[in-house]
Write a protein that binds this ligand. Structure first.
Ligand code: 5GP
Length: 182
């Protein structure tokens, strides 16, 4: 979750994150505040902080996951906020991620959430739309010219750093992917 989406998600999440960040902040008497460190070391520290922020954000958003509250993706479906749409049919919408992690990074969501806040909440009745989402991923990969090699990711729940509780597939490609993922 980036800062833009946190702000868009509403003041409660932003406030809660502020609290979490405050409670996680590094005490002033640690070595970090007065000991200059090599650039690589400072980079490593900032990447650890970013990771911790992602995890903290995921825990905060998970609290409201099943209240049925609208998410930022409902506003995208309703075209209340703009998005760069790549593919759309009556069941799914595919649009570019606001914070791309690869040259191609497209999100595919069901238009009707129907309880699918995350994959971990899937029930048998969702089988058709889940299959359709995967097929749409292949159509998006074809459209984006990456059908020969692409990755589909679903983050489900706070341990996977899910940040928006409306089921979505990430379609990633356009560069060499690494394995194992982080
Ligand atoms: P998650 O972390 O839940 O698996 O993925 C949520 C994704 O939604 C993130 O990659 C994030 O960048 C993306 N996202 C959050 N807010 C917006 C938005 O307002 N517009 C778009 N296009 N993507 C968003």
């Amino acid at each position: 979750m980036n800062s833009l989406s946190i702000l868009r998600s509403g003041p409660s999440i932003a406030r809660a994150l502020g609290l979490i960040k405050a409670s996680n902040s590094i005490p002033h008497n640690t070595a970090f505040s007065f000991s200059p460190r090599p650039l690589e070391c400072r980079r490593a520290l900032s990447s650890v902080k970013a990771t911790n922020d992602e995890e903290a954000a995921a825990r905060v958003t998970a609290v409201d996951a099943d209240t049925g509250a609208p998410t930022i993706f409902d506003k995208i479906i309703a075209k209340e906020i703009p998005s760069s749409i790549v593919y759309e049919d009556d069941k799914v919408l595919a649009f570019r991620d606001i914070s791309p992690q690869a040259p191609v990074h497209v999100l595919i969501i069901p238009k009707f959430r129907d309880g699918l806040t995350q994959l971990g909440k899937a029930e048998q009745r969702h089988g058709e739309v889940l299959g359709h989402l995967l097929y749409a991923a292949k159509l998006v990969a074809e459209k984006e010219g990456i059908v020969d090699g692409f990755r589909v990711v679903i983050n489900s729940g706070p341990s996977a750093c899910q940040s928006v509780y409306h089921l979505h597939l990430h379609v990633l490609g356009g560069r060499q992917m690494k394995w194992p993922p982080g």
